[in-house]
Write a new protein. Structure first.
Length: 135
C-alpha cells in the first residue's frame, strides 16, 4: 500500500443492500472514501477505473461466477497492495481458503469491531500515517 495524502479508499462489495449500506456508512463516518459494488464482476470493473483503493471489504456469499473468496484471490493477483477483509454471516472459512494476509470479520459486526480490525490492518501495513487517518 502506498502513502496517500487523501483519506483511505475502501471498496465495499455486498449483494445485500442493507448490509452494504451499513458498512458504507461506517466507513464514511470514519472519513474513508468509499466505493461500492454489488458483486465480483462490478468490483473488478470498479478496480479497473480506480487505482487508489487501499482496502477491499467483501461478503463471501455472493451470486455470480465468483464468490468473495475467489474475488479476494483475483484482487490479490491483480492488486497485491490492496488489504483484504472478508465477511459472512456463516461459519468462518478455513484459514487455507483465505488469501495470505487477509482477514475475516463475522456478521453481524459492530462499527467498533470493523474499525478496530481496519485500524489493525492499516497499522500492520507499516504506514503510521494511514493508521492515524482512521483513528
Amino acid at each position: 500500500m502506498s502513502f496517500h495524502t487523501h483519506p483511505p479508499v475502501v471498496l465495499v462489495v455486498d449483494d445485500e443492500v442493507f448490509a452494504r449500506l451499513f458498512a458504507v456508512q461506517i466507513f464514511l463516518d470514519q472519513g474513508f472514501t468509499v466505493l461500492e459494488a454489488i458483486d465480483a464482476e462490478e468490483c473488478l470493473d470498479v478496480l479497473d477505473r480506480n487505482d487508489d483503493v487501499d482496502l477491499l471489504f467483501t461478503d463471501i456469499g455472493m451470486p455470480g461466477a465468483m464468490d468473495g473468496l475467489a474475488l479476494m484471490d483475483r484482487v490479490r493477483a491483480l492488486h497485491p497492495a490492496i488489504a483484504l477483509v472478508a465477511t459472512s454471516g456463516k461459519a468462518p472459512p478455513a484459514a487455507d481458503w483465505m488469501c495470505e494476509d487477509s482477514r475475516f470479520l463475522a456478521k453481524p459486526y459492530t462499527a467498533h469491531a470493523l474499525m478496530s480490525l481496519v485500524r489493525e490492518i492499516l497499522a500492520d501495513r507499516h504506514d503510521p500515517a494511514r493508521a492515524r487517518a482512521v483513528a
